[in-house]
Structure formats: structure tokens, C-alpha cells
Design a protein around this ligand. Structure first.
Ligand SMILES: C[S@@+](CC[C@H](N)C(=O)[O-])C[C@H]1O[C@@H](n2cnc3c(N)ncnc32)[C@H](O)[C@@H]1O
Length: 240
């Protein structure tokens, strides 16, 4: 996106407010329901189950937060933050129907100035957010700041797969069919064209790993699904 970070954030917030009502449906359709499986992997990589406070950055309609809540013990809590109010409204509506919903708290806030003290959280999660963030180094710096020493950051996101027959198939699906699905199911081709373009023009997973290291994390590993079309970065903050 050729614009300032604040223009980019305004655009992204408006886009998610606009598509919020159809977001979950499109997620399931576009990922062929694999998103739940990837989220489960992210939760398993981030949590042992005894964490007291966990953060979900860019929580959207809350699916990752609810899944993390189910993996936490009785005294664990998860705070999901997002700047798009319509996405949070849906997260709160789902919370009322979730048996473990009392473990989740949703707040409207920017992940680029997270309203928490240093060293607050035992772990942080984020899913499908990085491509939408106006300032990735700041995003990772904030995640590092609010984590306790030894805390983990686990991020899931989509990346352009490279150099295999699969990548050609994927390009047809993700770069051509997805905007069409967005037009049919969400009546918003422009939003799904943006999401498709955001994958095509995104960094390589190794470059994202390097940004995470630059933010101060001690170790970073990359897990790959669907031949690298979806990657999971697992980073750990150094012990004090
Ligand atoms: C593709 S959605 C992902 C939602 C959710 N994590 C999921 O797994 O379904 C991206 C979300 O990130 C949020 N977002 C992007 N940049 C943000 C920022 N700087 N601060 C807070 N939320 C942000 C958007 O509002 C949107 O809800």
C-alpha cells in the first residue's frame, strides 16, 4: 500500500469494519476450513495451559482467542485487542454463546500502541494480522515489550508460496478466485482483492523472522503448512 502508516491503518480498519459480518464465513470457505487446524497448531505452540494472561493481537471476531481460552486453565484469561469495532462486536456476540467465554476480554486498541504495561503477558498470539499492519517492526517491538521474560509470541499468516507446481495452482486460486468469492459471498470484491494482493506483495517468511529478531526476541523458528502458503513464526523473549 503506497500511503502513510496512519492512512494504511485507517484503510485497514474501515475494510474490516465493512466485511465483519461475512468475515467468518469467507474465512471458512477460502481456507477450506483449514484455518481451525492452523489456529489449533498456533495455540499448541504458544501455550502450556498454565498461563495466567495471554494476548491476542488483531483478534478480529475472536476465533483464536476462544480457542486459546479453551486451552487455558480455570484461572487463565485472554485479552483480544483489535482496532475494528465491528469485528469486536461480533467477537463479543460469540463470547455470550461460548462456555469458556468468561476467559476472554475484548478491547478496542491498536496493536501498535498496546495499552498495557511492560512484561504483562505470559504469551502472545496473532493470526492473519501481519499483512495488514502499517508498521511491522513496531508491531513486533510492542509484542516484545508487553511479554514477560521467557514469554512466547506465535504468529500465523499467509505468504506467497514459491517455486513449486503447488504455487502455480495456489496463484490461480488465491489471486483470481478469492476476489471473485469476496464479490459473491461478501459483496465486496475490492476488500478481497486487497487481501489477495496483500499476500502477493508480502515479505518472505525469513524476512519476517529477521524483523522479529530485530525486535529483540531471542529465538525464532518457522513452521510451514501447505508448502509455505501459511507459516507459523514461534519466537521467545529472553529470560531476564
Ligand atoms: C484478517 S483479520 C484476522 C482476525 C483474527 N486474528 C483471525 O484470526 O481471524 C486482521 C485483523 O487485524 C486487525 N488489525 C490490523 N492492524 C491492526 C492494528 N494495528 N491494531 C489492531 N488491530 C489491527 C484488523 O482490524 C482485523 O480485525
Amino acid at each position: 500500500m503506497d500511503s502513510s502508516p496512519s492512512q494504511c491503518s485507517t484503510y485497514v480498519r474501515g475494510l474490516f469494519d465493512r466485511i465483519a459480518g461475512r468475515y467468518d464465513l469467507l474465512n471458512r470457505v477460502i481456507s477450506l476450513r483449514l484455518d481451525a487446524h492452523w489456529r489449533q497448531k498456533a495455540v499448541a505452540a504458544a501455550l502450556k495451559g498454565d498461563e495466567k494472561l495471554v494476548l491476542d493481537l488483531g483478534t478480529g471476531t475472536g476465533d483464536l482467542a476462544f480457542m486459546a481460552g479453551r486451552a487455558l486453565g480455570e484461572r487463565g484469561k485472554i485479552i483480544g485487542i483489535d482496532f475494528a469495532l465491528e469485528m469486536l462486536r461480533l467477537a463479543n456476540a460469540k463470547k455470550r454463546n461460548d462456555r469458556q467465554g468468561q476467559k476472554t476480554i475484548f478491547l478496542q486498541a491498536s496493536a501498535l500502541s498496546a495499552p498495557f504495561r511492560d512484561r504483562t503477558f505470559d504469551a502472545a498470539l496473532t493470526a492473519f494480522v501481519l499483512r495488514n499492519v502499517a508498521d511491522l517492526p513496531l508491531f513486533f517491538a510492542e509484542a516484545h515489550r508487553v511479554l514477560k521474560p521467557g514469554g512466547k509470541l506465535v504468529s500465523l499468516d499467509m505468504f506467497p508460496p514459491a517455486g513449486s507446481p503447488f504455487s502455480a495452482l495456489y496463484s490461480i486460486y488465491f489471486y483470481h478466485l478469492v476476489p471473485w468469492l469476496g464479490a459473491c459471498l461478501a459483496r465486496d470484491r475490492a476488500a478481497y482483492q486487497y487481501l489477495s494482493d496483500s499476500v502477493r506483495t508480502f515479505h518472505r517468511p525469513e524476512a519476517v523472522a529477521e524483523m522479529i529478531r530485530q525486535a529483540g526476541f531471542k529465538t525464532v523458528s518457522i513452521g510451514r503448512f501447505l508448502q509455505g502458503a501459511v507459516c507459523m513464526h514461534v519466537a521467545e523473549k529472553a529470560q531476564a
